[in-house]
Design a protein around this ligand. Structure first.
Ligand code: COA
Length: 170
């Protein structure tokens, strides 16, 4: 799969701190995305995001959302606006999918990046997700998340309540 091999090169470079993923032509971490948004230049893939639609449960009710992750820009191109351009393409793609929302969890230091891209940080709330859907079952991560962000796509207000992800984050 040459497409996966070249995407894995980008993901290995961008996520150099996670060497256990992206060996060979593997292009996912805890769950395989259903779709990718990829930006290219002459050297190959330069920017990437993974997308996986899923029904989460929010406050006990089903909520469709596109889980977004594996957001990556080639290290030599970072801090030049490529990431924000990628987030614009992600938003367009989610709009084409006609999902109500995008959702992701990230590290605290990435929150300003996503907020500049139109994502909204949720107030702290209980979040339950699988740590890894690629191996045997492990206990769910059950925590108060302070870095869950949602992107309003076809709906405006994310519902209140604890979030059960029904799987791993992308
Ligand atoms: C996160 C990432 C995709 C951002 O891509 P990028 O092309 O560097 O982002 P941009 O240049 O479009 O940044 C736009 C704005 O986001 C914010 N931002 C981006 N990276 C940031 C960082 N590391 N720390 C703080 N703010 C950041 C800044 O406000 C920046 O504007 P500025 O450069 O004018 O200050 C990129 O750094 C990356 O691939 N990181 C490694 C993989 C990773 O950790 N991905 C996120 C997983 S949740």
């Amino acid at each position: 799969m040459p497409e996966h091999a070249e995407l894995a090169v980008l993901l290995r470079a961008a996520y150099a701190h996670l060497p256990q993923f992206f060996a060979g032509s593997r292009t996912w971490s805890y769950v395989r995305p259903e779709a990718r948004v990829v930006g290219r230049d002459v050297e190959g893939p330069a920017a990437h995001a993974g997308v996986l639609r899923r029904f989460l449960q929010v406050g006990g009710a089903d909520q469709l959302a596109a889980v977004v992750g594996l957001v990556a820009v080639r290290p030599g191109l970072q801090r030049q606006g490529v990431g924000l351009a990628l987030l614009e393409r992600v938003q367009e793609f989610l709009d084409d999918l006609a999902v109500p929302f995008g959702i992701l969890m990230c590290a605290e230091h990435h929150v300003p990046f996503y907020e500049r891209g139109g994502w909204c940080r949720l107030s702290p709330r209980r979040s339950v997700h699988s740590p890894d859907d690629t191996t045997e079952p492990h206990p769910f991560v059950d925590e108060i998340s302070t870095t869950t962000l949602v992107l309003p796509v076809r709906r405006k207000d994310w519902p209140d309540g604890e979030i059960h992800w029904n799987g791993a984050t992308v």
